[in-house]
Design a protein around this ligand. Structure first.
Ligand code: EPZ
Length: 473
């Protein structure tokens, strides 16, 4: 049976595509964060649940007919979109603050319009769960986004190795199990690169397959370990998650469970970097310190004092000196903190080099930082930085989730006022970001413009039209 996981509205959703088109289009120009510069942070901030864990945990609810309760789920637009995808399949979702109850027993099949699902790349990860549970799945190609082309060849190759027949027609990936038993067959898979999404897709697919699957060169991110922990609670048999080779012994059925999402290490790192950039002292919790080791090591190397106590980290920002970073798969320096760290290095003493090795187009913030007074030379994905003393505040447009965070940190450091547009990116991945910064002492407010600004009125140094027009990351 075909499970077409394209999303839009269902009766309970009341959200029509048109509403979304309208909302999305004007969002870019109708809201901005106004930031008064030269701020300092002080006090404590609570870290939310991890977006990149909650998304895949929601997808894994497709593997069971029983109720899943997720706690510590961040309130983000990406989570809302994944929720809409599940609801549009007939899955019941009840959200109470950061608690999400998912009841997949009445999953149905609907032929749904294509567009909404394209706003959420992570929806593609559902293909492994749907195929393994229902024998067939159809999912639109996720396409590229502002940070790169984001191919899915590793997902496809791995599913084919497990016994799926896959064709791609008119932008839809159509997968079905060839074997008449309607079960995938465990096998050995060696990934060409440790893709987070492909590792997650294949773990979910293998969890209900016949026999043992080993995934070599698997991604080791904490979000994958969180997924495996939850799947094992559901009755899966997964060993060595977090290592380069993961072993999955397929089972016949997975049951419901309750699971608490791990803290968001990228949000946590963003606040630590903001404190270092303003020579502030703050405490962040809850965190799992070893999820942030590469980041706290670099912050210490550049001069900040870091104290770890249980599930909290205190940073004392000192005089920051330039250090080099090169992004890498976990446990290396996370690509998702490259942009915020570039802002920090732009006002450090001395020189530094930032090398982005994961995504081909993740330096969108550099030209804006230079407009604010930074001295960064960009050669493909290598930023050579000479630290400057100050930035000047200005209007800026964030073009992806993490570069928006980098621009907000720059606005906090700058002299004068800055306005950051493109909040539809920021709101995908940072829960209550400006309220948390306000609690830490930053003067920041979200402004809602009465009317939608035109490009002309939005005099910013990076006209939104300049931003590569891919679909959302
Ligand atoms: C996940 O994306 C995260 N998203 C990203 O976070 C994160 O930056 C990324 O992992 C790397 O850590 C979610 O978890 C929802 P990948 P994913 O597959 O899975 C290549 C954020 O800001 N590749 O590990 O899409 C690919 O081109 C977002 O929160 C293939 O070649 O990332 C890239 O160069 C952004 N073939 C590299 O692997 C494939 O089939 C890493 O991509 C898949 C990936």
């Amino acid at each position: 049976m075909d499970l077409l996981i394209l999303v839009c509205h269902d009766e309970s959703n009341k959200l029509t595509l048109n509403d979304l088109r309208k909302q999305n289009k004007s969002y870019l120009k109708s809201q901005n964060l106004k930031i008064f510069g030269q701020g300092n942070l002080h006090g404590k901030v609570k870290i939310s649940g991890a977006k990149n864990s909650a998304l895949v945990l929601l997808a894994s609810s497709l593997l069971t007919n029983e109720r899943i309760i997720l706690e510590n789920v961040p309130r983000l637009t990406d989570i809302e979109k994944m929720g809409n995808i599940l609801k549009s399949l007939g899955i019941k979702l009840i959200q109470k603050n950061n608690r999400l109850e998912v009841d997949p027993k009445n999953i149905s099949i609907k032929d749904l319009p294509y567009e909404l699902v394209n706003g959420l790349r992570a929806s593609f990860f559902c293909i492994g769960a749907l195929l393994s549970k229902y024998g067939e799945a159809k999912v639109p190609l996720p396409g590229g986004c502002n940070i790169g082309l984001r191919p899915i060849d590793e997902h496809i190759n791995g599913l084919q190795a497990l016994g799926a027949e896959i064709i791609i027609e008119e932008g839809i990936v159509k997968a079905r199990i060839k074997d008449e038993t309607n079960k995938l067959r465990g096998t050995h898979i060696k990934l060409k690169c440790p893709s987070v999404g492909a590792t997650e897709t294949l773990i979910m697919a293998a969890s209900l397959a016949e026999g043992r699957t080993t995934i070599e060169n698997a991604a080791r991110e904490p979000e994958i370990q969180d997924l495996c922990q939850m799947l094992n609670k559901m009755g899966a048999k997964i060993y060595d998650s977090g290592k380069e080779k993961i072993i999955i012994d397929g089972v016949n059925k997975l049951r419901g469970c309750t699971h608490k999402v791990i803290p968001d290490r990228i949000e946590a790192g963003t606040f630590l970097i903001a404190a270092a950039a303003t020579s502030s002292s703050i405490t962040i919790s809850p965190v799992i310190p070893n999820h942030l080791e590469a980041v706290t090591n670099k912050l210490q190397e550049s001069g900040s004092k870091i104290t770890i106590k249980g599930n909290s980290i205190t940073i004392k920002g000192k005089k920051i000196k330039g250090v080099d970073i090169e992004t890498a798969p976990f446990p290396g320096f996370p690509t998702d903190l490259q942009a915020p760290f570039t802002t920090l290095m732009a006002i450090a003493n001395g020189e530094s080099k930032i090398t982005e090795t994961i995504f081909e187009n993740r330096m969108n913030h550099v030209h804006l930082l230079n407009n604010m007074g930074a001295n960064i030379k960009l050669n493909k994905n290598i930023a050579s930085i000479k630290g400057v003393k100050k930035f000047k505040g200005m209007d800026l447009v964030g073009s992806d989730l993490r570069s928006s965070a980098a621009l907000i940190i720059a606005g906090i450091i700058a002299e004068g006022t800055s306005r950051v547009y493109g909040l539809e990116h920021l709101d995908r991945g940072y829960e209550n970001f400006e309220s948390k910064l306000k609690i830490l002492g930053i003067k920041i407010t979200r402004e809602f413009n009465k009317k939608t600004l035109t490009n002309k009125e939005l005099k910013t140094n990076s006209d939104p039209a300049d931003i590569p027009r891919y679909r959302a990351a």
